[in-house]
Design a protein around this ligand. Structure first.
Ligand SMILES: NC(=O)c1ccc[n+]([C@@H]2O[C@H](COP(=O)([O-])OP(=O)(O)OC[C@H]3O[C@@H](n4cnc5c(N)ncnc54)[C@H](O)[C@@H]3O)[C@@H](O)[C@H]2O)c1
Length: 329
């Protein structure tokens, strides 16, 4: 039984593999043999963010090179996910914000990821992640709507009733996001965030959050309808669809900044001289890079990393924009 945040649930998932086998977790990186016994797990999350209680993965830090590694198998999905939002009421605002941004990132990233029909299954007929479908997109949309309504308040609310309402909303948002990304999978935000985490000691939510606006900005040519839908869920005026789509990354960056998270890679402490290495490390996470739905993944990763370092978004260029209230309309 795992009780705790994503770190505890992932540790428990690792133990489900290592205890019966008497082997170290290192031996389970990559594809796991179908004859390998896996203990069943009951997961009880105390944060609203990772969704690990409903996903096939365990994300661990390799102490030898400080990068994150994923151990992934459908049999690692907990047998029972027992989600009681009350467990999250004691989360300090920082933990609630970091976890909440993680949920929002999961929902958005899986909403815009590669279609299941185009997904590269490699030689695995049943990979943990296999592209988006109408069903995963349904969960993602509802999760994004709930995040637009509750994420900011789950960080700032001091009134107990408002805090409870926001934390319950984010518990649903986190689970729905997991029911989307836990099948559809993720791509560039997490791929680049893992590389950022390798160079800093920032939290998982923070490294994702800093990348999210810049990745979306780079998807405006291939994910037009989706970005417009997300913009509407955030209450952005859609009278001009192109402007609404371009404003979305700016609105998200404002929200992320309001949650106390750095909004550029420079502010995360990354040096300009590290950007090429960062891009290379991000591209090396091939299971995520190959799900980024663009024809020129390497070029876009490089551009996204540069923009995220200097804080450039296309809507910023030469235009003034009023600050927005990002609560849902
Ligand atoms: N397996 C997956 O599918 C998946 C997905 C996303 C992230 N992750 C991983 O999850 C980890 C992050 O998990 P997280 O965001 O839940 O944070 P966490 O589990 O690391 O917890 C963060 C801090 O909050 C404290 N905490 C947790 N619940 C609390 C509560 N109810 N009250 C007070 N304090 C509480 C913890 O003790 C810890 O100090 C990262 O390692 C990340 O890589 C896994």
């Amino acid at each position: 039984i795992a009780l705790g945040g994503g770190s505890n649930i992932d540790l428990a998932k690792a133990l489900c593999l290592t205890l019966p086998a008497g082997a170290t977790i290192r031996s389970f990186i990559g594809r796991i043999d179908s004859a390998t016994p896996v203990l069943p797990l009951v997961a009880m999350p105390t944060t609203a963010g990772t969704g690990s209680e409903a996903t096939p993965g365990a994300i661990l830090v390799d102490p030898d090179n400080a990068t994150k590694i994923a151990v992934m198998d459908n049999r690692l999905r907990p047998a029972i996910a027992l989600i009681d939002p009350e467990f999250t009421f004691t989360c300090p605002p920082r933990v609630a914000a970091d976890a909440g941004i993680d949920a929002l990132t999961h929902a958005i990233e899986s909403y815009v990821t590669m279609d299941a029909a185009a997904f590269d299954f490699g030689d695995d007929p049943d990979p943990g992640y296999s592209g988006r479908t109408a069903l995963t997109m349904l969960f993602a949309r509802e999760s994004i709507r709930l995040c637009a309504e509750h994420l900011r308040r789950s960080h700032t609310a001091t009134d107990p009733v408002a805090m409870r309402e926001a934390r319950v909303g984010m518990s649903h948002a986190s689970l729905y996001a997991a029911m989307s990304y836990g099948s559809a999978g993720l791509n560039a935000v997490h791929g680049i965030a893992y590389a950022v985490a390798g160079l800093t000691d920032l939290s998982h939510g923070t490294t994702n959050a800093v990348m999210l606006p810049y990745v979306l900005d780079a998807l405006r040519d291939v994910r037009r309808d989706e970005l417009l839908t997300i913009a509407r869920l955030f209450g952005i005026d859609d009278a001009d669809a192109d402007v609404a789509m371009a404003r979305l990354p700016v609105v998200l960056r404002d929200l992320i900044g309001a949650l106390g998270v750095p909004v550029t890679l420079e502010a995360c402490g990354i040096r300009e001289a590290d950007l090429d290495t960062l891009t290379r490390d991000a591209l090396a996470v091939t299971r995520l890079a190959k799900a980024f739905p663009v024809p020129d993944v390497a070029q876009r990763y490089a551009r996204i990393v540069r923009s995220a370092w200097s804080g450039e978004l296309s809507f910023d260029e030469g235009r003034a924009h009023p600050p927005l209230d990002v609560q849902a309309a």
